[in-house]
Design a protein around this ligand. Structure first.
Ligand code: FES
Ligand code: CO
Length: 335
């Protein structure tokens, strides 16, 4: 059973396209094992389970646009129908129940997105213009796994107050910890903050100045950030998409874009993002309770926490249970 009916309707980031070769790849989404594989024209996502004896299809191989189970060689076509059972004599019908479970799957921004509930209708994919804009250069940061609930990981990305401490010297400056008041607005199905002036180093090059941060909460586990230096016109943006693997295990896929320094090596920007997320990891993994409290009375909020408040409220309105304390309350009540 899929663990969260709300997140099951979302396009969740499963892998970078460039990490899927001609071999099937296993990923975990909402505690389900999922196999990704390439056919001639598409990328497919199936439940990673053969209906015959439960072997992982991801251990098999792709032949003629079909995935072949490693255990007894049953072959499933790209729509999930079993088209060959090698043990049967020719002409014998294949049982109609011999099917793989197929999930919706699309590729966008170099990320493979999977939706676990195919009947969910038209859930929007998060919008990230920079990837399509030739005025920007975009790199994929390495996937990064944290032993933490996805909502905690997303909220940390939205937390502007920690830059001066967790990222002292790399992003923020502890002499400039004050955050001006800002508001968060609901606009076109997402939350958008005002521009927040922060004395910061946008990209770790050592140039501290006033940078204007705008955050957007696009989907329950996807957010974005734009940092603008209004003096130079330099913009540094990021799409931050979190895969909820297990209740307390998440993987971050981050696209990092810039409209300047096209000559600088992409690896610099990848390494910078890696440094930042490693600084965040021990903090986020230390947070208690592990699930994000959606009851707004549960923790103490200040003005700079308005993004967190909006995020918690949205998850509560949507009824996201996976990685939030609504889920842990429901579980406790059921015990
Ligand atoms: Fe897959 Fe038998 S378990 S073919
Ligand atoms: Co951080």
């Amino acid at each position: 059973m899929i663990k969260d009916l709300v997140l099951a309707k979302e396009w969740l980031p499963a892998a970078y396209s460039h990490d899927l070769t001609d071999q099937p790849l296993q990923v975990t989404i909402l505690e389900e094992r999922v196999v990704l594989f390439r056919t001639t024209n598409a990328i497919k996502a199936f439940k990673d389970l053969c209906i015959h004896r439960g072997a992982a299809l991801s251990l098999g191989k792709v032949v003629d646009d079909c995935i072949v189970c490693p255990y007894h060689g049953w072959k499933y076509d790209d729509a999930g129908a079993c088209v060959k059972i090698p043990q049967q004599p020719p002409g014998r019908a294949i049982p109609s129940k011999a099917k793989a479970q197929v999930y919706d799957c699309v590729e966008k921004y170099g990320i493979i997105w999977v939706k676990m509930n195919s009947e969910a209708g038209d859930t929007p994919l998060p919008l990230y213009d920079e990837h399509l804009n030739s005025g920007f250069k975009t790199v994929c940061a390495s996937p990064h796994t944290l032993q933490a609930a996805a909502p905690r990981v997303v909220e940390n990305f939205l937390d502007v107050s920690h830059l001066a401490f967790v990222h002292e010297g790399s992003l923020g400056h502890s002499d400039y910890a004050e955050i001006p008041d800002y508001k968060v607005h609901w606009k076109d199905n997402r939350y958008v903050s005002d521009e927040i002036a922060v004395y910061a180093d946008a990209d770790g090059t050592g140039n501290f100045t006033t940078i204007y941060y705008t955050f957007e909460i696009l989907r329950p586990t996807v957010a974005r950030l734009k940092k603008v230096n209004h003096e130079t016109g330099e913009i540094f943006s990021m799409l931050f998409a979190v895969l909820p693997e297990e209740e307390r295990k998440s993987t971050v896929f981050a696209l990092v874009s810039r409209n300047y320094s096209f000559d600088a090596p992409d690896q610099y920007f990848r390494d910078f993002q890696q440094l930042i997320i490693e600084q965040d990891t021990s903090i986020v993994e230390s947070q208690k309770p592990e699930e994000l409290p959606l009851d707004l009375q549960a923790e103490l909020h200040l003005n700079p926490d308005r993004l967190s408040i909006a995020y918690r409220r949205w998850l509560g309105d949507l009824g996201v249970t996976f990685g939030s304390d609504i889920g842990s309350r429901l579980k406790k009540a059921a015990q």
